[in-house]
Structure formats: C-alpha cells, structure tokens
Design a protein around this ligand. Structure first.
Ligand SMILES: Cc1cc2nc3c(=O)[nH]c(=O)nc-3n(C[C@H](O)[C@H](O)[C@H](O)COP(=O)(O)OP(=O)(O)OC[C@H]3O[C@@H](n4cnc5c(N)ncnc54)[C@H](O)[C@@H]3O)c2cc1C
Length: 369
C-alpha cells in the first residue's frame, strides 16, 4: 500500500497514531505547532487513565474506556502508574442517580469494582462507594517517549496553514501526501458533529503523599485525583471547571488566556465550598498551588458522551475524543478506512464457512442458493 501520511497535531492522538502507522511501515510525518509534544489538552488535564466509571450516562464511552484501559497498559506499560486507593462515591443528595443504580450500570458494562463501606478519607453524605483500579498517566515520561520515538518524522514548531485536497492526494503546507490525519481535536478543521469549545480551569493542590483519589458521581459533582508528583493533586469540578461554551476555538483561547487572579480566586472558593460538602477536612488537608488552564472540545448533549469520533472526507481523516484511552480505537478506524480505499478488504467473497456449507450441501445432493 503506497502510503505517505501527514499527521497534524502532537497530542496523544497524533503521537499514538503516527507511532502505530510507522510500526506498520507507512511513511509518516507529524507536525506540531508548539515546540514540544503533548503541550495542549494532552498535557493539561487530570491525567486519569479512565476505566469507564465517570460515564454512567453513556454506554459507548464506558465500553471504549474499559477496552482502552487494558490496551493502554499493554502498549504503554511504563507510561502510567496505579492509584493506590481510587474511590468512586455517590453522594446522597447531590448525585443524579443512587448507588444501587450506579453499581448495576458498572456491573452490566463488565467493569470490575469492589463495594466498600469505608475508605481512608473522612467522607460525609455518601450513599455508597466503590474501589476501582484506575491509573495516573505519566505525562513527562510520555512526552520523552514520543519525542524520542518520533524524532525522525517529527516537525515541531510548524503550524499547518494550508491544505489542498484532490481525489488522489493532500498537499499540506506545500508537501504532497496520500492521506492527512487531523489530530488537532477539532482546532484545525471543522468536525462533522456538533461540538463546542470549553475553556477549563483545574486547580492544583499540595497534600500529603498517598491520599486517595476520590470522584463524586454522577452529575454536577467533582473529583480529587493524584498526579505523577506524589504530593500534588488536581481538583476538577463539573459545574466550576468550565469557563463557558464557545463555538470558535479563538474565543475559547481568549477566555483561557485572559483568566485573571480574581477569576481564579472565585473558582477556588466555589470549588472548595463544593469539596467541603463531602470532604470536611478539605481545607486542612489540601494547600492551593495554582491553576491549570486548558480547552476541551465537547459534543453538544447532556449524556456525557466522550466516545471517539473518526470522520473521513476524501483523503482527510478527523479524530476527536474526550479521553486518552480511545487512541487505539481511533487508529483502528483509520486503518480500516485506508484498507477499504485500497480494496485490501475483500467485500464480496463468500466466507469460508459458507463455502464449506455449500460444498457439503452439494455433496449430499441438497440444492443451495
Ligand atoms: C481539564 C481537562 C481534563 C481532562 N481530563 C482527562 C483525564 O483525566 N483523562 C483523559 O483520558 N482525558 C482527559 N481529558 C481529555 C484529554 O485531555 C483529551 O481527550 C486529549 O488530550 C485529546 O488529545 P488530542 O491529541 O486529540 O488533542 P491535543 O492534546 O489538544 O493535541 C492537539 C495538538 O494539535 C496541535 N495543533 C492544533 N492546530 C495545529 C496546526 N494548525 N498545526 C500544527 N499543530 C496544530 C496543538 O498544538 C496540539 O498539540 C481532559 C481534558 C481537559 C481539558
């Protein structure tokens, strides 16, 4: 298959897709506008390797997470660490669902968990809680891994400005390719599903090493999650982390870049008040360190869909996902569409099972269609 492929964007998607295509023998170039990889959403998030517990309202997202979790560990074993004590707690008054419903959904999805009565953190107003095996993604190590692994095909500090597209090729900043993969999370070319851009504010806190990760589900709740630095934690809140919804990336960037001290102090106060509803010692245990500002691209809708989208228009693929674990799903969708273009996937050949049945039927004198 004569394929030269341009990948735009050096986030988790661009890096993983480029690296997988290279391993399969494709000729790849990857372009990133910043001077380092994993610089935007991929380097500014909660660093959680999800298993699906966040998404009781979206089956497709849970299933992709569950599958992506084990594949991530298999492929990038050194790029994440287990979280010692990882708790999902359902608050009594503020959750949209009760604990028994939450458990039924996770059981039906085949996601392993253990119901628990207590945990090492003092929690209040809880209907029920479970322990689960999620992990922390090691962002510095991941950046180093991809920078080394992709160095011969990587162009850093190169912003893609022009793309010309014919039936047979795509010309990217003047260079001709067979395919282009837009892995910019919707920042470069429009996505064919309705999305919006959401500037976000997470808060970093310092606390003693080994405190549990606690996520309160489901609905307008919040989570405290460790980072790769043993004494640093993030606090993310569904109602308070977003800084608005915008149709254009430029508006979202402007809000992110203009977040000032008063906004951050206001958010710190709101998020602390929220955390105190269930974690009475929050103020004593966690010392505020600073903000993390980023941008999410989200599909319109209330079901919390964070599943992976891969679109194709001629020779251009567009990839978007609300989580890192679907990098494998995205790569496979791209590969299957490239194969289909090249006719490598036989479509009209009867299956060998059908051939065998027909042969047997003919042998014993039964007429078959
Ligand atoms: C606050 C927050 C918390 C999150 N928490 C988690 C979590 O805990 N776990 C999880 O799995 N996911 C989480 N996510 C989602 C996750 O970060 C994203 O799904 C993922 O990082 C998307 O990766 P990406 O490679 O598609 O995009 P990005 O990381 O944004 O990469 C896109 C790259 O494209 C580059 N680019 C854009 N335009 C151009 C151009 N014209 N030319 C060249 N380069 C260009 C950008 O510079 C960027 O580096 C979170 C996101 C946010 C914002």
């Amino acid at each position: 298959m004569p394929c030269k492929i341009a990948v735009i964007g050096g986030g988790w998607y661009g890096c993983h897709i480029a690296s997988s295509l290279m391993a399969l023998g494709f000729s790849v170039r990857i372009f990133e506008q910043n001077d380092r990889l994993l610089h935007e959403a991929s380097g500014n998030n909660q660093f959680r390797l999800h298993l699906g517990f966040h998404y009781p309202r979206h089956a497709g997202t849970r299933i992709q997470s569950r599958d992506g979790f084990s594949r991530f560990i298999e492929r990038y074993n050194d790029l994440s660490l287990p979280v010692g004590e990882n708790i999902y707690a359902v608050p009594r008054q503020t959750s949209l669902i009760d604990y028994d419903t939450y458990k039924l959904i996770m059981t039906a999805t085949g996601i392993p968990y253990k119901s628990i009565e207590t945990c090492s953190m003092d929690l209040r107003n809880i209907d029920g809680m479970m322990k689960a095996d999620e992990r922390v993604i090691l962002i510095e190590k991941a950046r180093h891994y991809f920078s080394t692994h992709l160095r011969q095909v990587l162009s850093l500090g190169v912003k893609i400005k022009s793309v010309d597209h014919t039936n047979h090729s795509v010309t990217v900043n003047g260079e001709k390719f067979d395919y282009m993969i837009d892995a910019t999370w919707g920042h470069f070319s429009p996505i064919q599903i309705e999305t919006f851009f959401e500037p976000t504010l997470l808060l970093y806190f310092e606390a003693e090493e080994g405190l549990p990760a606690v996520t309160f589900v489901d609905g307008p709740l919040y989570s405290i999650y460790p980072t790769e630095e043993k004494t640093i934690y993030t606090l993310s809140s569904v109602p308070h982390t977003p800084l608005g919804r915008y149709r254009s990336i430029d508006e979202a960037r402007s809000v992110r870049d203009n977040a000032d001290k008063s906004l951050i102090e206001m958010k710190l106060d709101l998020m602390t008040q929220q955390a105190l509803e269930n974690v009475p010692n929050f103020r004593d245990q966690y010392k505020f360190l600073g903000p993390q500002l980023s941008i999410k691209t989200k599909p319109v809708g209330n079901s919390d869909d964070r599943s992976c989208y891969v679109g194709k228009s001629g020779r251009i693929f567009t990839v978007m996902s609300g989580k890192i674990d679907t990098i494998f799903f995205a790569t496979e969708r791209i590969l299957s569409m490239i194969e289909a273009d090249h006719g490598d996937v036989p479509r009209d050949v009867p299956s060998s099972l059908l051939t065998t049945i027909r042969a047997k039927a003919t042998e014993i004198g039964i007429s078959v269609r």
